[in-house]
Structures are given as structure tokens and as C-alpha cells.
Design a protein around this ligand. Structure first.
Ligand code: NDP
Length: 511
């Protein structure tokens, strides 16, 4: 395939590229600070090769100081013991400030990650709604009472904030993923230490600026910039941390669980997926093909929810794959700063090579590349891109059918019966999400009930709402984010048993 076969967007005039790199510093106890040893690291735009941000590089001293600040803030009650109304008031202010600053943050998000500016605007602007929803939970949060324990007893179940939470986030949706966690932790009354991916620190720091402007008390949220080692790792072992919430790779998720075990911290994990869309012959094939293309190319496939495999009924497989290939040619690939671009750059050259290796291995194993399958250069841009790729003849044992490719690469498998479709869906170590396409409600519901997945989309893909909980089963994670269950993750439950009157018979019989 030549670049002429694609809908390629060349370099724009670079209007959005700032003259100076963004300067990112740690936020500790309400103060912005550099590292004690003065160390920094830099991030270049994966699409343009320009220097986007220069960040303080944290170490043990910064992590300890940040956790200390979070611990003191929690224990002081400045946030953990104020009313839900007071918390919600500040959180609603934060939502307004996010909306005010969408453009400024979206540009940095696009430059650091390589994602299209339209998607960064959607990600940052949409996050405001998560904050508003979490603010509503701060006010409606309550426990239980038991009034049926007998005349002389009343039982009260209190919900309390779990304490100090370490939040560790990845590079693929830095602002959104932070907003799936932070407002819910704050609604519960927790205090936090955040470490963003070292590739995408800027918008987390910008969020810190908004928290201060909104009046969040010093020390309630702290940010330490730097690498998984030592920053992330210390955040999972420190005895003053009560919980770790992490989004990223399954491998790091497992190592965090192991590190946190020494102090028995609670661990919430949102990990990878190998998410199928299953297409039955009676489906709206036009709608399904569009959703498949969206599902695999959105965020260049660098998405835990990427529908990186489709399972198509044999009778329609050829026709359906042809539709998907044709549609894939029309998707606008190229400069992420162009508002019409739908698919931008790959996050790093190493990741680009990893994607390509999956495609080469699948070819060697007998699969057929129907579209793309190679790195891509975009006129006027220096960065890393990968062609939209469709691979048919994939069999369940191939690595490309089982592992997270995290790129714009679609694997096509086929089925004959519902049982086979369900078996292929569930033949995965992951269980994040799945999709089903059919005009029959019976087919959709039968599949939805049998699929091992945290979310099942029926005749749609990747619709999400703050009210609707998100998370995975099997090795896609543990715990849930957003919705009322997302709040529960950050709460402890305490039983208070109250005797009414002096009716209890003494335990000790006096001699
Ligand atoms: P990682 O899981 O390595 O990184 C996620 C976050 O964890 C980053 O902030 C990282 O820091 C931090 N981290 C790394 N090591 C540790 C540690 N030992 N203790 C605590 N924190 C740590 O993901 P990658 O960025 O390396 O991506 C690798 C693969 O993971 C992708 O190819 C993809 O398959 C998958 N992935 C899945 C995501 C999802 O949404 N489920 C998101 C991102 C990746 P830093 O990188 O700054 O060193």
C-alpha cells in the first residue's frame, strides 16, 4: 500500500506549537518545586519531534515528601472530615476551570501523546463531566443503618475515606484516566499522591494548577513527576499509603500487586484488554463496520478498550472485511494538530517497532495482511506513524489474537455458531470489554450474559457515561472505576453497634 491509498494529512503550519517547552514541577504540600538534585527529563512530540515539556525528575526524597504531605493532610481532617457539600463545592469549581482551559490543555495533551487535537479536546472537556458527577456523589454518599437488631440495639454502618491513595497513570489518556480516579478519591475524602507517565506529565501538572486555583487545601493532592522506578515503585511500597490505583500494563499491574502485598495495601487495577466485536449475519453491517473502524483506530489503537479483534460470522466474513478495508482507507491519518485528523502518531519508536513485530509474526504464522502492515511516513512530519492494518485468517493461538498489540491493527477471526462466538470471546486471559452486533435482542442478550467482560456493548462501541461503572474481569484488572462503584473503591466500611439503655446482662457473674 502506498501513502496515496490513504487519507493522509500532511504537516500543518505548526500554529499550535508553543515557543517554549512547558515547565513541569512537582506539587508537594501546596508548593511547586524542583527535584532536590535538580534532575529533569524532556518529552518531544512523537509526531513533530519538537521539545514539548521539561519536567522535574523525582526520586526518593520527593516521593517521601509528597506522601508525608498527603498523610498529614488526611490526618488533619482538612479534607477527610469536612462536609460533602464543602467537597462538592470545590469539585464543581474544578470542573468549571477544566472547561475554561480545555484548549490550553488539549494542545499539550496532543503534543506529548501524538493523539489528534479533536480527541484531546473531547478527552479534556469530557473529563469535566466526571468531576461534576463525582461532586454529586460527595453529597449523596452515605452508609447504612440496621433498625431490626432488637429493641435495645441500633446498628450503623459508616463509610469512611480509605486514607492516602497513590494514583499511577499511563500515557494513552493522561487527563481522562486521572479524572476516572482523582475526583472519586476526593469525593470519598481521601488525599492523594499522583504520578503521571513520564511521557505525558503536562496535563496532570495543569490539573494541579486548577486544583489550587479552585481552593483545594494544600497537601490534599500532591504530584511527583518521574519514572516507574523509583517514583511509581516507592508509591506502592510506602507504609503511609493505604491504597494504590493504577492503570497500565498487566505486567506492571502484577508487580504492583506484589509490592503492595508487604503492607497489605488495597490495590485497584485497570489493565489491558483483547476486546472482540462479534458480528452476526443479521447485524446492521454498515453500522458495525463503522464501529469496528472506530474501535480499532481510535487513539491509534493505543487504548485498553481497543476492539483489536473481530469475530465475524463465516457467511458474511468476506463482505464484511471488504467493507472494513474500504472504510479504513477513508480514515484521516496524519498531523495530530489538524482538526480533521482522526488518527495521529504512535507514542514512541520502540512501541512502533513492537506493533510491527506482531504483524510480521502473524504473517509468518499464516495470517493475511489485507491492508497496511507497515510503518508510515507523513509528509512534513518527523514522527512515528503506523498504517491502518487489517489482518484476516487469524487463528486463536496466534499472539496477535491473544496479546495487546496497542496499535492500529485489526485481527479477523470467524465463527459459525453462538457457542463458538462465546468460546472465542472468552478464550482470552483478558476480560475488559466485548461487543455484539445483531438485530435480534435475544442474540444480543444471550451473548451479553455469556461474555466474560466488564462491559458488553450491544450494537455500539465504547459509549461511556460517568454513571456507568468501568473495569475488567480476569487479567484486565480488579476493582471498578466511575459510577457509584468507582466511589466505593475509595471507602472503608465501619460497623458501629449501639446499645440503647443499660439492658445488657453482665458477662461476669459476681461470686
Ligand atoms: P506501564 O504499565 O509500564 O506504565 C504505566 C504507568 O506505571 C506509568 O506511569 C509508569 O511509569 C508506571 N510504572 C512503571 N513501572 C512501575 C512500577 N514498577 N511501579 C509503579 N509504577 C510503575 O505501561 P507502558 O507505558 O510501558 O506501556 C506498555 C504496555 O502497557 C503498552 O504497550 C500497552 O500494552 C499497555 N498499556 C495499557 C494501558 C491501559 O490503558 N490499560 C495504558 C498504557 C499501557 P513510567 O512509564 O513513567 O516509567
Amino acid at each position: 500500500m502506498t501513502s496515496h491509498d490513504l487519507n493522509l494529512i500532511g504537516a500543518t503550519d505548526g500554529t499550535f506549537i508553543p515557543d517554549e517547552p512547558f515547565r513541569a514541577r512537582h506539587l508537594i504540600g501546596g508548593e511547586w518545586c524542583d527535584s532536590s538534585d535538580g534532575a529533569t527529563f524532556e518529552r518531544r512530540s512523537p509526531a513533530h519531534g519538537v521539545l514539548v515539556s521539561r519536567s522535574a525528575k523525582g526520586g526518593e526524597a520527593e516521593v517521601n515528601a509528597a506522601i508525608d504531605a498527603a498523610r498529614k493532610a488526611f490526618d488533619s481532617g482538612i479534607w477527610s472530615r469536612i462536609s460533602g457539600k464543602e467537597r462538592a463545592t470545590i469539585m464543581l469549581r474544578i470542573a468549571d476551570l477544566i472547561e475554561r482551559d480545555v484548549e490550553r490543555m488539549a494542545i499539550l495533551e496532543t503534543l506529548e501523546s501524538g493523539k489528534p487535537i479533536s480527541q484531546s479536546r473531547g478527552e479534556v472537556g469530557g473529563a469535566a463531566d466526571l468531576w461534576r458527577y463525582a461532586a454529586s456523589l460527595a453529597r449523596t454518599l452515605h452508609g447504612d443503618s440496621h433498625n431490626t437488631l432488637g429493641e435495645d440495639m441500633l446498628g450503623v454502618v459508616l463509610k469512611e475515606p480509605i486514607g492516602v491513595v497513590s494514583i499511577i497513570t499511563p500515557w494513552n489518556f493522561p487527563f481522562w484516566i486521572l479524572s476516572q480516579k482523582l475526583p472519586f478519591a476526593l469525593a470519598a475524602g481521601c488525599t492523594c499522591v499522583i504520578k503521571p507517565s513520564e511521557m505525558t506529565s503536562a496535563t496532570t501538572v495543569m490539573m494541579g494548577e486548577l486544583l489550587i486555583e479552585a481552593g483545594l487545601p494544600a497537601g490534599v493532592v500532591n504530584i511527583v513527576l518521574g519514572y516507574g522506578e523509583p517514583v511509581g515503585s516507592l508509591m506502592t511500597t510506602h507504609p503511609d499509603v493505604d491504597m494504590v490505583t493504577f492503570t497500565g500494563s498487566t505486567a506492571v499491574g502484577k508487580s504492583i500487586t506484589a509490592s503492595a502485598a508487604a503492607t497489605l495495601k488495597k490495590v485497584a487495577l485497570e489493565l489491558g484488554g483483547k476486546n472482540p466485536q462479534v458480528i452476526f449475519p443479521d447485524a446492521d453491517l454498515e453500522g458495525a463496520a463503522d464501529a469496528v473502524v472506530f474501535g480499532v483506530y481510535f487513539n491509534v489503537g493505543q487504548c485498553c478498550n481497543s476492539s483489536s479483534r473481530i469475530i465475524v460470522h463465516e457467511d458474511i466474513a468476506e463482505d464484511f472485511v471488504a467493507r472494513v478495508v474500504e472504510l479504513s482507507r477513508d480514515v484521516a491519518f496524519g498531523d495530530p494538530l489538524d482538526p480533521v485528523t482522526q488518527v495521529g502518531a504512535i507514542v514512541t519508536p520502540e512501541h512502533q517497532k513492537k506493533i510491527d513485530a506482531y504483524v510480521r509474526d502473524a504473517e509468518k504464522a499464516g495470517a493475511k495482511v489485507r491492508l497496511g502492515g507497515a510503518m508510515l511516513s507523513v509528509p512534513g512530519l518527523a514522527g512515528e506513524f503506523y498504517q491502518p492494518t487489517v489482518i484476516s485468517g487469524v487463528t486463536p493461538e496466534m499472539a496477535i489474537a491473544r496479546e495487546e498489540v496497542f496499535g492500529p491493527v485489526l485481527s479477523v477471526l470467524t465463527f459459525k455458531t453462538m457457542d463458538e462466538a462465546v468460546a472465542l470471546t472468552n478464550d482470552a486471559t483478558y476480560g475488559l470489554s466485548a461487543g455484539v452486533w445483531s438485530e435480534s435482542i435475544h442474540t444480543c442478550l444471550d451473548f451479553a450474559r455469556r461474555a466474560q467482560a466488564g462491559t458488553v456493548w450491544t450494537n455500539t462501541w465504547m459509549d461511556g457515561f460517568p454513571e456507568m461503572t468501568f473495569g475488567g474481569v480476569k487479567q484486565s484488572g480488579q476493582g471498578r472505576e466511575i459510577g457509584p462503584y468507582g466511589l466505593e473503591e475509595f471507602l472503608e466500611v465501619k460497623t458501629v453497634a449501639v446499645r440503647i439503655g443499660r439492658t445488657r446482662a453482665p458477662w461476669v457473674r459476681k461470686r
